[in-house]
Design a protein around this ligand. Structure first.
Ligand code: ADP
Ligand code: ASP
Ligand code: MG
Length: 470
C-alpha cells in the first residue's frame, strides 16, 4: 500500500483537511494507507517565534503567539468537526498541548536560555496538533483510523534540530507498532518531522522534514509507493512562484529529484529520495488541490521510465537563496599541496558546509549558507590568505540526467545569461547539474532567461505538461 504525506498547505485549513480526508478515503478503497502529516501551514514558523521570544525574555509576546496557536486550532476544529461532543473533546486536547507549550515558554524565559533541544520540543506541537484534529475529523467522517504518536517509532540520535533515525530501532518499532494496525485494516495517522531519542527527548529532523519521515517509514514498511501531497502540481520545471509558466514534470529519475532537492527546490526535503532508492519504492509528488492531475513520478524502474525519453536536456531549474561566496586568495596555493586540506579544516571546525566550489591556482571560491558565516570564522580563514565575502547571492542550477552526454549546453546556458552578472560557475561532479551564482537581485532575470531557453512557450508536450488549473 502507500504512505501518504500531506504538507502544511494541504492541511492548513478546514477545507484543505476535508480535501485530504477525501483523497485518503478514495485510497482506502484499494488498501490501508499510512498517513503522515505536517503542521498546519505557518504554525512551525510561529512556534519558532514563540521559542525565540521566550529565549530572549519576551514572555508576553511568546504567550500571545501561543494563544494564537490555540485559537487557530480551535477555529479549525469548529469549522471541521460537526459533533459538539467531539468539538469539546478536541478543545480539551488542544488546550492541553498549548498549556504545555506555554509552560515551556515560561520555563525558558526563567532560565534565560533557549537550546536546540528545547526548540525541538516547541516545534513538535505543530504536528501533534494538526494530526490530533485531522484524525478526529477523519474518524467522524467514517474513515476508520487511529492517531499514533510517531515518537514511539521514530527513534533518533540526539542531534537536535537535525536528528536522524537509529534505523534498526525504528525498523523494529515500525514492525511492532505500525504494521499490525495497518494489517488489521486501521489507517494510521501520524506526525512527520518529529521523533524522539531513546531516552525519550523530543527531536526534529529539520525544516521540511515531514517528507523525510514519510519516505523513511515507507521504506521500513516496504510500501508500494510514497505519495507526497503538496500545493503544486508535482515537481515542476522551476518554482512556479518564480516562473509562473513553469510546467509539471510527469516523470524523473531518483538522481534528478535528489539533485534538484539538494540544489534548493523546496518541493521535496533533500533526504527524501535516499530511503526510496534503498528499497526501490516509487515516489509520487501530487497536488492535493487538484487530486485528479497526475503529478510527478520519481523512479529508477526502467518499466515505469519507459516512454520517458523526451529528447530534452534540462529537467528543471533550482534556486537557493541566502548564500554567500567566500573568496580566498593565497600564493601559498601555487604548486603546493595541503592548502585545501587546511582550508576545509577551518570550515569543518566552524561546522559550515560548503555547497559549490571553484578553484584556480591561487584562489578558491566557495558558496556557503550566509547565516553560518561569523567574524571568528572569517578571522580564522584570514590566516590562510586574503578573504573576501560576497553576501546576498543565490545559486541557480540546471538539472537533468541528459546533461552529462550533451554538447552545446554550456553555450546555451551562458548565451541566455549574457545580461546577468555571473559571480561564479560550477559543474557538479555528478555531471547532471550546472550551477551559476548570481546576486539575489538578479535571480528572477536569471531563471526567467534559462526557463525561456530550455522550456520555450510553444513546447509543452511529452513529459512536460501545463499544471492543472493553469
Ligand atoms: P509542503 O508544505 O507541502 O511540504 P512546501 O512549501 O515545502 O510544501 O513545498 C512546495 C513548494 O515548493 C511549492 O509551493 C513551490 O513554491 C516550491 N517549489 C520550489 N521548487 C519547485 C519545483 N521545482 N517544483 C515544484 N515546486 C517547487
Ligand atoms: N512542519 C515542519 C516545517 O514547517 C515540517 C514539514 O512541514 O515538513 O518545517
Ligand atoms: Mg515541504
Amino acid at each position: 500500500m502507500a504512505v501518504m504525506k500531506f504538507g502544511g498547505t494541504s492541511v492548513g485549513t478546514a477545507s484543505a483537511m476535508r480535501q485530504a480526508i477525501a483523497i485518503i478515503a478514495g485510497k482506502r478503497k484499494t488498501g490501508v494507507p499510512l498517513v503522515v502529516l505536517s503542521a498546519c501551514s505557518g504554525i512551525t514558523n510561529k512556534l519558532i517565534q514563540i521559542a525565540d521570544a521566550a529565549g530572549a525574555g519576551r514572555l508576553d509576546e511568546a504567550l500571545q503567539k501561543a494563544d494564537e496557536v490555540r485559537k487557530f486550532h480551535l477555529a479549525l476544529t469548529g469549522e471541521l468537526v460537526v459533533s459538539k461532543a467531539l468539538q469539546q473533546e478536541l478543545a480539551g486536547k488542544i488546550d492541553a498541548y498549548v498549556t504545555r507549550l506555554e509552560l515551556l515558554a515560561k520555563g525558558i524565559e526563567i532560565v534565560g536560555e533557549l537550546t536546540e533541544r528545547s526548540k525541538d520540543t516547541f516545534c513538535s506541537f505543530g504536528e501533534l496538533l494538526s494530526t490530533t484534529v485531522f484524525a478526529a475529523a477523519m474518524a467522524e467522517q467514517g474513515v476508520c483510523c487511529e492517531w499514533l504518536d510517531v515518537r514511539q517509532v521514530m527513534i533518533t540520535d540526539d542531534r537536535f534540530g537535525f536528528a536522524r533515525p537509529v534505523e534498526h530501532l525504528c525498523q523494529a518499532k515500525t514492525d511492532a507498532i505500525i504494521r499490525p494496525r495497518l494489517q488489521s485494516g486501521v489507517i494510521v495517522v501520524t506526525q512527520g518531522y518529529i521523533g524522539s531519542t531513546e531516552a525519550g527527548k523530543t527531536t526534529t529532523l529539520g525544516r521540511g522534514g515531514s517528507d523525510l519521515s514519510a519516505a523513511l517509514i515507507g521504506a521500513w514498511l516496504h510500501e508500494d509507493s510514497i505519495e507526497i501531497w503538496t500545493d503544486v502540481d508535482g515537481v515542476m520545471t522551476c518554482d512556479p512562484r518564480l516562473v509562473p509558466e513553469a510546467r509539471s514534470i510527469r516523470v524523473m529519475t531518483f538522481s534528478e529529484a535528489a539533485e534538484l532537492a539538494y540544489l534548493g527546490a523546496k518541493v521535496l526535503h533533500p533526504d527524501t529520495i535516499a530511503p526510496a532508492v534503498k528499497k526501490n519504492i516509487p515516489v509520487y509528488v501530487l497536488n492535493s488541490l487538484h487530486p485528479e492531475s497526475r503529478g510527478t513520478l520519481i523512479t529508477d524502474d526502467p518499466e515505469l521510465l519507459s516512454g520517458m525519453s523526451y529528447g530534452g536536456l534540462v529537467k528543471s531549474i533550482a534556486v537557493k537563496k541566502g548564500q554567500a561566496i567566500v573568496n580566498i586568495r593565497s600564493n601559498r596555493m601555487f604548486g603546493r599541496h595541503g592548502f585545501m586540506s587546511e582550508l576545509f579544516d577551518v570550515f569543518e571546525r566552524f561546522a559550515i558546509s560548503v555547497e559549490m566550489i571553484s578553484t584556480s591556482e591561487v584562489s578558491v571560491s566557495l558558496t556557503v549558507e550566509d547565516a553560518l558565516l561569523s567574524e571568528p570564522f572569517i578571522q580564522e580563514a584570514r590566516t590562510l590568505g586574503e578573504v573576501e565575502i560576497e553576501h546576498k547571492v543565490a545559486t541557480v542550477s540546471i538539472v537533468g540526467d541528459n546533461l552529462r552526454m550533451s554538447r552545446g549546453v554550456a553555450g546555451r546556458i551562458f548565451g541566455s545569461l549574457r545580461q546577468v552578472n555571473l559571480r561564479m560557475i560550477s559543474q557538479g561532479a555528478s555531471e547532471i547539474n550546472v550551477g551559476v551564482v548570481v546576486e539575489e537581485k538578479d535571480v528572477l532575470a536569471a531563471v526567467s532567461a534559462l526557463h525561456h531557453e530550455f522550456f520555450p512557450e510553444d513546447q509543452c508536450s511529452g513529459i512536460f505538461e501545463k499544471p492543472a488549473g493553469s
